[in-house]
Design a protein around this ligand. Structure first.
Ligand SMILES: Cc1cc2nc3c(=O)[nH]c(=O)nc-3n(C[C@H](O)[C@H](O)[C@H](O)COP(=O)(O)OP(=O)(O)OC[C@H]3O[C@@H](n4cnc5c(N)ncnc54)[C@H](O)[C@@H]3O)c2cc1C
Length: 419
């Protein structure tokens, strides 16, 4: 799917912006920011809500002339925040380097992904934002503010919801390249999955569970991505003899052409860690998405609570994905301070239908202190609830007051959060 000039990728959001601009120089960008009453950075438009919206100017940094620099000694890469993970991954791989993890798709921009706390999967893998070791942000006063490793506020600035300014440069931790073998398993009994949940998710570097709940007693697919340089964990008994006979797409009945190589064939990290290939439309394209992160300790209870809602969700649910995410310390990261399980929902594109089922789902997950993914669809709620979910909420507000006192980067979504 290609978004038209003024919509997000999934076309459920028409940006209210007067214009979308792609400056080529820092001077041009600075003039745009200082002259604008309202302005917002736009990444690759893969968020499903109004987080990237503004009534003023939308600006992408992708065309800024910021060189990509690899510092082999420090194991860091410095890069334009506007470029996509897929582009960065190709350059890193050709130089013998890798990122620790990727999301399900390589199409998203680095600044856009870190701003919403985007994550992949893996018991020991933190959010993509947690790989950030430095940031440069152009603020509404026209100043560049740098955050480096060791700065107390770096942890507040990374998952910034686009509300602090325009991220121009990002520094990320890298490691030597590695290879991964991806294998998909079919139709695992639900009771066996929940009975061996820890064994299942720890059995490979990155593990995802996909299910539609059409058969409540079965988890449709388990995707295991194993690093070939790590000691191989034993295959959980629930998966033995259940390897898929042919490549799978997470959505039932969809051909697997868009998916990365399966069947246990080892390949470079960038071609296995995402579920979808850069040159194809990821997922379905005709969809909405929501996701809620709960503490890992509640994984089985939360998943069972979702299964109890199967009939309610069925009219709009395409597939549910379950992933694990290690805790980080980023103030507004949905995985802040707690090892987490992400319960993701790929919905049909029926906005009213999704809005109709979300309250039941959110109430079922509320006892687990579920934190919504910032870039996906969630119901409006009392801002005090967000403050209660995030210990760093007030501190983030103070950082925001310092960087954007005139609220040039505020929008309807940040205002609805009470920010
Ligand atoms: C098919 C599909 C699969 C997905 N899979 C995953 C997944 O596996 N895991 C996951 O966690 N999420 C996933 N997502 C959600 C997606 O990763 C997030 O919504 C992410 O934020 C999108 O990045 P983007 O570059 O499109 O940013 P946008 O949606 O364009 O913007 C998101 C936010 O970032 C801000 N922003 C963008 N660029 C800058 C900048 N230069 N400076 C400051 N702020 C900036 C925007 O203002 C906005 O607030 C998926 C989405 C889709 C469509």
């Amino acid at each position: 799917m290609t978004a038209d000039a003024a919509t997000n990728w999934s076309r459920n959001i028409r940006y209210q912006a007067e214009r979308i601009v792609a400056p080529r120089s820092m001077d041009e960008l600075r003039a745009l920011v200082t002259e604008a009453e309202s302005i917002k950075a736009l990444g690759s438009r893969h968020s499903f809500n109004r987080i990237a919206d503004t009534t003023g100017t939308l600006v992408t940094t992708a065309d800024l002339d910021i060189p990509l620099e690899i510092d082999a000694d420090r194991r860091r890469v410095r890069v334009n925040g506007g470029i996509r993970y897929g582009e960065l991954a190709g350059v890193l791989e050709s130089s013998g380097w890798a990122l620790a993890n990727l999301a399900s798709l390589p199409h998203i921009s680095i600044a856009g992904a870190i701003s919403t706390g985007t994550h992949g999967s893996g018991d020991a893998n933190r959010s993509l934002a947690a790989a950030v070791t430095g940031l440069e942000i152009l603020t509404s006063t026209g100043d560049i503010v740098s955050f480096a490793e060791g700065d107390a506020d770096l942890a507040g600035a990374v998952v910034g919801l686009g509300a602090l300014g325009i991220v121009t440069t990002v520094e990320l931790a890298i490691e030597p390249t590695f290879t991964v073998a991806q294998t998909v398993y079919d139709a695992i009994p639900f009771d066996e999955v929940v009975g061996s949940f820890d064994e299942m998710t720890s059995s490979a570097y990155s593990v995802s569970l996909f299910t539609t709940f059409r058969d409540r007693d079965v988890v449709d697919q388990v995707w295991r991505k194993a690093r070939t340089d790590a000691a191989s964990a034993a295959l959980p008994a629930a998966l033995s003899h259940r390897e898929a006979p042919e490549p799978r797409h997470p959505l039932p009945g969809v051909a697997a052409d868009a998916c990365t190589t399966q069947g246990g064939h080892a390949g470079p990290w960038l071609d296995r860690l995402p579920h979808f290939k850069l040159e194809f439309t990821p997922s379905n394209g005709d969809e909405l998405q929501s996701e809620f992160l709960v503490p890992r300790a509640h994984a089985v209870s939360a998943l069972s609570a979702v299964r109890d809602l199967a009939e309610t969700l069925a009219p709009v649910l395409q597939v549910c994905e379950v992933r694990t995410i290690a805790a980080d310390d980023l103030w507004l990261s949905p995985a802040q301070g707690r090892d987490s399980v992400g319960l993701h929902f790929t919905w049909t594109a029926d906005e009213a239908g999704v809005a109709g089922v979300l309250p039941a789902l959110e109430s079922a997950l509320a006892p687990f202190d579920a934190r919504p993914h910032w870039g996906k669809v969630f119901s409006p709620r009392d801002p005090a609830e967000f403050a209660a979910l995030y210990p760093g909420w007030t501190r983030f507000g103070e950082l925001r007051e310092r960087l954007d006192p005139r609220r040039a980067f505020a929008n309807d979504l940040t205002r609805s959060l009470g920010l």
